[in-house]
Design a protein around this ligand. Structure first.
Ligand code: COA
Length: 376
C-alpha cells in the first residue's frame, strides 16, 4: 500500500466554508498524485461536527459536487478528534478492493462562538459521567496533567517547552494556524489559565481547515511513500472508567499492533506526529506508544534538529486542530518529510514516520507507520 499524493489548506481562522476547504485540499492532493477523477475508486470524508454546528452533514455526497464525474462509493467517518486517522485506517482496508482511495478531512470551527464550539467538542465525552458534570476537554486534560505531575514529579516547565517547540516548528510551516505568531517562553509561562494547571499555550486552538491524501494499492512513482501499517483501538468513552488516566490504553494497543505489523520497533522511527491536543498529551502519548519509559518523555530531544523530531509541522498546538482534518494532515506532514520536501523544517533522518491520532481523551486511537524511500 502506498500514499500517492497529499494536499491541504492553510489552517486557522479562514473565510472559506466546508465545500471550499474540501475542494482546495482535494485539488492539491490530486495534482500531487497526478491522478484523474476517473481513476479514484472510492472516497472517505472525515468530519466531526459539520451536522451539529455548521448544519451541513452528508459530506460524502458533497464529493460528487466537488469532483464532477465522481459517482462511486463515498463514506463519512466520525471518531471525534481521531476522525481523520480512522478515515485513513479505513482507506487502507478498502485497498483490498480498490486501486485508488481518496481521504479528505475537514472541519469548520470558527463560524460559532467559543462556548458553542466547546459544548460541541464535549459531545465526544460520556454524556452522563462527563458532560452532565461539566467536564469539558480542557478540564479533562487538566486532570490528566495534575495526575502526571503528582505521579512523576514533572513540572509545568516540561509543558512550556513542548509549547515553545511546537510554536517554533509552526513558524517554519506557512500553512500553520500560528505561522506568523512568534512567542517567547515567558509569554507561554504567563499566558492566562484556561483550566488549572493548563494555560492558553497548553491548548490547541480552534481552527478551520482541510487535508487530503490519495492511497494506492500499487506503487505508481518513486515519490510514493509506503504504508507499513495502520491500526486502530478503543478504550472506555469516559476517563472515569479507566484504571490509570495517564496511560492511554487504546494508544498502547494500536501502537503494539502497528509496530508488530510493520516489523519495526519504536527506536527505528525517525520522526513522529503526536496528538498534542493539549501539551500534556504529547508526553503521555509518547510514553504510551513506547518511545520511552513512563514519566520520562520530557527527557527526549524532540526538536527538528534533535534525535527524535516530534510534531515538525507545529502539531495540533500550533499547526492547528480542525478536528476532522487533523489526522489526515498528520499523514501529509509525514509524507512531505519522508519525501525530503519539507524545506526549512526538513528532518535529517527519514526512514520511518509514525502518526498518532486520538479521539476525545483517548477513547479511540489510530497509529500509522510509513516508510520513506531513502534510508539515512
Ligand atoms: N494557543 C495560543 N494562542 C491562542 C489559542 C491557543 N490555543 N487560542 C487562541 N489564541 C490567541 C488568539 O490567536 C488571539 O490572539 P491575538 O489577540 O494575538 O489575536 C487570542 O488568543 C484570543 O483568541 P480567542 O479566539 O478570543 O481565544 P478564546 O479565549 O476564545 O479561546 C481557548 C482560547 C483555549 C479557550 C480555545 O482555543 C480552545 O477552546 N482550545 C481548545 C480546543 C479543544 O478543546 N479542542 C479539542 C481537543 S480534545
Amino acid at each position: 500500500m502506498f500514499i500517492r499524493g497529499v494536499g491541504r489548506t492553510k489552517f486557522g481562522v479562514l473565510r472559506e466554508q466546508i465545500p471550499q476547504l474540501m475542494y482546495e485540499a482535494i485539488l492539491n492532493a490530486k495534482k500531487d498524485a497526478k491522478i484523474s477523477v476517473e481513476d479514484i475508486d472510492a472516497c472517505i470524508v472525515s468530519n466531526f461536527f459539520g451536522g451539529t454546528i455548521d448544519n451541513q452533514s452528508h459530506l460524502n455526497s458533497l464529493i460528487a459536487s466537488l469532483l464532477p464525474g465522481f459517482d462511486k462509493q463515498s463514506i463519512r467517518v466520525e471518531s471525534a478528534c481521531a476522525s481523520g486517522g480512522a478515515a485513513f485506517n479505513l482507506a487502507t482496508k478498502l485497498l483490498n478492493n480498490y486501486e485508488n482511495v481518496l481521504v479528505v478531512g475537514v472541519e469548520k470551527m470558527t463560524n460559532r462562538d467559543v462556548s458553542t464550539v466547546t459544548d460541541a467538542l464535549a459531545s465526544a465525552a460520556d454524556l452522563r459521567l462527563e458532560q452532565d458534570n461539566g467536564l469539558t476537554y480542557p478540564a479533562a486534560y487538566a486532570l490528566i496533567a495534575s495526575e502526571y505531575f503528582d505521579k512523576y514529579g514533572v513540572t509545568h516547565e516540561a509543558l512550556d517547552r513542548i509549547s515553545l517547540k511546537n510554536h517554533e516548528n509552526a513558524n517554519k510551516n506557512p500553512l500553520a494556524h500560528f505561522y506568523h505568531k512568534k512567542v517567547t517562553l515567558n509569554e507561554i509561562k504567563e499566558s492566562p489559565v484556561v483550566c488549572s494547571p493548563l494555560r492558553l499555550f497548553d491548548c490547541s486552538p480552534i481552527s478551520d481547515g482541510a487535508a487530503a491524501v490519495i492511497l494506492s494499492a500499487t506503487k505508481s512513482s518513486e515519490r510514493d511513500v509506503e504504508i507499513l501499517s495502520s491500526e486502530m483501538a478503543v478504550d472506555t468513552l469516559s476517563i472515569t472508567q479507566r484504571e490509570d488516566i495517564i496511560k492511554m490504553k487504546a494508544t498502547e494497543k494500536a501502537s503494539k499492533m502497528a509496530f508488530n505489523k510493520a516489523s519495526i520497533k519504536p527506536n527505528d522511527i525517525s520522526l513522529a506526529e503526536i496528538h498534542d491536543c493539549f501539551t500534556i498529551n504529547e508526553l503521555v502519548s509518547l510514553e504510551s506508544i513506547g518511545f520511552c519509559k513512563f514519566g520520562k518523555a520530557s527527557d527526549l530531544n524532540t526538536s527538528i534538529t534533535g534525535e527524535f523530531p516530534v510534531n515538525t509541522d507545529g502539531g495540533l498546538k500550533a499547526d492547528g486542530h480542525p478536528i476532522g482534518a487533523t489526522g489526515v494532515a498528520q499523514i501529509t506532514e509525514l509524507v512531505t518529510q519522508l519525501r525530503g520536501e519539507a524545506g526549512d523544517r526538513q528532518v535529517k533522518k527519514r526512514a520511518y514516520g509514525l502518526a498518532h491520532n486520538i479521539g476525545g481523551s483517548g477513547g479511540s486511537a489510530v497509529v500509522t507507520i510509513l516508510k520513506g524511500n531513502i534510508y539515512v
